[in-house]
Design a binder for this molecule. Structure first.
Ligand code: BG6
Length: 298
């Protein structure tokens, strides 16, 4: 595990970057700009906190999250790669979220925002896959920018799934409406991946929801009247959108999630999963980019 002493020296203004030992002494970075603050664990390169000045935190973090080697962190923005969901004999949602990433670069910008670039080191689980590199850039501004870049370094096609899986903090999940997915087809993971079509109205949540919307590239907006804000999720290089809330029974089954926390979160994930998986030719690069911004709800 990287210690503070082994990390590069942080730059000076305009951003402030501090390396700390986080929970269970796991290495993390706190970024502070004039517009916002953020926290990123090296474990999974996982953003665990983002907050615009004058606003409530954007991201939900479970009070019961594990912070331990080989386990995902429950909340923030896990990176799902190189597969989504279950794989026989392999861990759910790939291995990128359970390995410690390396920091490669800091980049302060003249507008006061700050970017950090991480890279996934070689992982034993990747030994059966075509050779690849994975880079991840987090931009901390008056928005949160996330950019996952996969390059195929092998001489065969690399098929993979990727997904940036933000847990958004909401006031009351039953009061939010999610727009941008009207009339789109989705795989219903609560019904053995049945293919269904969304209705014309914004999505409301009143039971377990676990849907993979296919061929969806448009922005999605979460309107949260209880917290008085709108969350806008814009993306590039993403053909799938996943909407997830575990609701009551599943929350009770998750050891790293409190029974009532489902009411304060919703995941709207951007990626390329199921039939939208990426087939990357030798030498090619694929970038999945997500920009998350907020506005006061009028
Ligand atoms: C979502 C999936 O992306 O992640 C759900 O659609 C899954 O099926 C959820 O339950 C959480 O997964 P995990 O592995 O972090 O518990």
């Amino acid at each position: 595990m990287a210690t503070i002493g082994s990390l590069p020296t942080p730059p000076r203004a305009p951003g402030r970057v501090v390396f700390l030992d986080g929970q269970n002494e796991m290495g993390m970075v706190e970024v502070s700009t004039e517009m916002s603050t953020a926290a990123i664990y090296l474990h999974g390169a996982q953003v665990t906190h983002f907050q615009k000045r004058g606003e409530l935190p954007l991201l939900f973090m479970s009070q019961c999250s594990r912070f331990s080697e080989g386990q995902p962190i429950r909340g923030g923005v896990p990176i799902i790669f190189p597969w989504f969901g279950a794989r026989e004999g392999l861990g759910q949602h790939g291995f990128a979220r359970i390995h410690e990433w390396e920091i490669k670069e800091f980049a302060p910008a003249p507008d006061g925002s700050f970017s950090l670039r991480f890279c996934l080191p070689e992982c034993p689980e990747a030994s059966t896959l075509p050779a690849f590199t994975a880079d991840y850039t987090v931009s901390v501004s008056d928005y949160l920018g996330l950019r996952l870049t996969i390059t195929n370094r092998s001489d065969t096609v690399f098929n993979f799934e990727d997904c940036l899986h933000p847990y958004f903090a909401v006031g009351d999940v039953t009061a939010v409406s999610i727009s941008g997915l009207a009339r789109r087809t989705y795989l219903d993971q609560t019904a053995k991946f049945a293919l269904r079509t969304e209705g014309a109205l914004p999505i409301r949540i009143a039971s377990e929801v676990d849907r993979i919307y296919l061929n969806t590239t448009d922005p999605v907006e979460i309107a949260d009247p209880r917290l008085g804000r709108k969350i806008l999720i814009e993306k590039e290089g993403s053909a799938s959108t996943v909407v997830w809330n575990p609701w009551v029974a599943k929350s009770q089954q998750m050891p790293d999630f409190a029974n009532d926390e489902y009411s304060r979160m919703v995941c709207v994930e951007s990626g390329n999963v199921a039939p939208n998986e990426v087939a990357l030719s030798p030498g090619e690069t694929h970038t999945l980019a997500v920009r998350i911004s907020t506005q006061t709800l009028a």
